[in-house]
Design a binder for this molecule. Sequence first.
Ligand code: DC
Length: 232
Amino acid sequence: MSDKITIAIDGYSSCGKSTLARELAKILHYVFIDSGAMYRGVTLFALRSGCIANRELNRGKLISKLGSIELKFVLNPETKSPELLLNGENVEYAIRTPEISSFVSDVAAIKEVRTKLVAEQQLMGKNGGIVMDGRDIGSVVFPSAELKLFITAEIDTRVERRFQELIFRGTPTTKEEVRENLLRRDHIDSTRTESPLTQTDDAIVIDNTHLSKIEQLQLANKYVERAISALA
Ligand code: DC
């Protein structure tokens, strides 16, 4: 029997969920899936195919085109991280812009988009040995995950981290813009009707405001070891 578990990591935007999920997957030799990248991929498709025009999202038009969106992850041989392909094109960089961030929560609130992506995510995780991060992973995608982590950090810390990330990538922005986008996404993500961000009762909360990346990884790894030994 495989002792590979399913690990669900949820939390607000820019809490460091993906960083933790990626590093955990590396040390455990699990598959890592950043489910937010998939919502970003659909948003990029929406922008490119005229489903977002004059800063307005045309939900009906996007829903009618969902069948022509193919999302796949490929492993970057250098970074050993999965990167998103949208209809065969590597869009890992293109999905991380402030423009995508400003529309993604509206796209992610569409029921039909979620139904499609949740089904694909469940398929990716059907054999266990996966670390997936997002907003509804512990509540909807993998409700029976052996380990559920809910990551939080203070808003100032999240703004600073996201701002530094964008500046590092050469994307011009201000801390005010970053704060406004994070708060807006938090609000939409946690108040939408379709599987809003929720902390499930069986999730372990990690507040990483005062933790280094390595401290957070060590803490999470302790919970993994505990969850695996509980299987025996
Ligand atoms: O994790 P992220 O910031 O890249 O996610 C982008 C958006 O996608 C976020 O605003 C909420 C949405 N999302 C979601 O609704 N459900 C998920 N499982 C993952 C992301």
